[in-house]
Design a protein around this ligand. Sequence first.
Ligand SMILES: [Zn+2]
Length: 491
Amino acid sequence: MHDDSRLVQQRIARFVRERLAPATYRERVPLQVTAWTAPGEPVPFADAVRQEFTPFAVGSPWGRPWGTVWFRVTGTVPAGWTGPGTRPELALDLGFAGVQPGFQSEGLAYTPDGVVVAAVEPRNAHVPLPGGPGSAVDLYVEAASNPGVASDWAYAPTGMGDPATAGDDPLYRLVAADIALLDVPVWELTQDFWTLSGLVDELPADLPRRADVLRALERAVDAVDPHDVSGTAELGRAELAGVLASPAWPSAHRVHAVGHAHIDSAWLWPVRETVRKVARTFANVLDLMDTDDEFVFAASSAQQYAWLQEHQPDLFERLKQRVSEGRFVPVGGMWVESDTNMPGSEALARQFVAGKRFFIEQLGVEPPEVWLPDSFGYSAALPQLIKAAGSRWFLTQKISWNETNVMPHHTFRWEGIDGTQVFTHFPPVDTYTRSSRRPSCTARNASTPRRGAPTPRSCRSAGATAAAGPPGRCWPPRRGRSHSRARPRCG
Ligand SMILES: [Zn+2]
């Protein structure tokens, strides 16, 4: 039988990047921008707002390595932005380079009275605006100009690792600071395409369900008028509703999706940046929980919660509420995701004593598991320590990266040197950061062009990957059992 699935997938990828992505925002108006550059290390919000902010032109460079620039953006949501299915938001592009978050600029937005709103990073470059049409916009953004020091995972020598050798040349250029009118149905349709295209990528080629999903995607492309995406997005969604609602066969696994952010407490950035990264990450998680009742998120390391409590007490109080609801789930029970090769038994025991005490006293929960997905090597004394600490399960995956002794199981009882056994599980995907693999043209990027504007580079390169693999996906997928931290390259 003639198999045209690759052709169809290429057509779908082109439709998403050339039609849907440019229609994400119906309109944009620029905000007024002023800025103040912190002279040294980061300062609290209360200190920053007392400084003198001077006009800053969009397009200008900003941010020496490891520096901080506070931007203030002001304006008014146009009174005429009243169309149904739309929502105004701040669209901010700090000069994102398209690589993964954590190794470039990021920012945290505050109201003028110091309330954290949300964070911006390369894959999430928008901030909700509470006011409707005609309302004033006034936000401060603490922008961190962090350099990437991993040299695209080649780990080449670089002076960027230390402010003393990194120089003062700005790393970024402010690309956009707009109020943008989100077209919600277009955005939702983009997510439908992304979800179902991912399913097509994963299902076996000979499975009828794969063909059903692919044909539904093709019908959705047909249903949307390329010259009136906004007016016909719902027709596309209607074509996809059936396959989105239909489950796999009755005996298939039931999958529970829980959000997670793997934040190294110290890796390739100063610890003070981890403090800010935790605030940015958790701020966005809490914002998502406000808008999605089903969203559940898990995070480890009592130390990271303690940082939030110290530096962002308002966010911590919001987090506590979500913990009590069972939606923000502390995991691991240790103070940090510890190494277990170098510490002695007393130090490891204190990881549990300090970690569990914090979780119990501050958040009212005792995580039942041990969570070490990214520690290199595990002491054979751990089962005994885990059980002595009152923990019941152990989660990792790192052993699956062993390039010499391939671990044949991912769910087993691990017996330690004293005979203690602990139930152990490796998530079977061979990594702890199997992230969305989202091509940037399906993300709501602040610099998504207006309709009719040239396709951004990131979307063009996503299309280019179609020649080598599934359209708009990372290709090839990471399969190797390597101890290196090689990442899949995304389009
Ligand atoms: Zn890690």
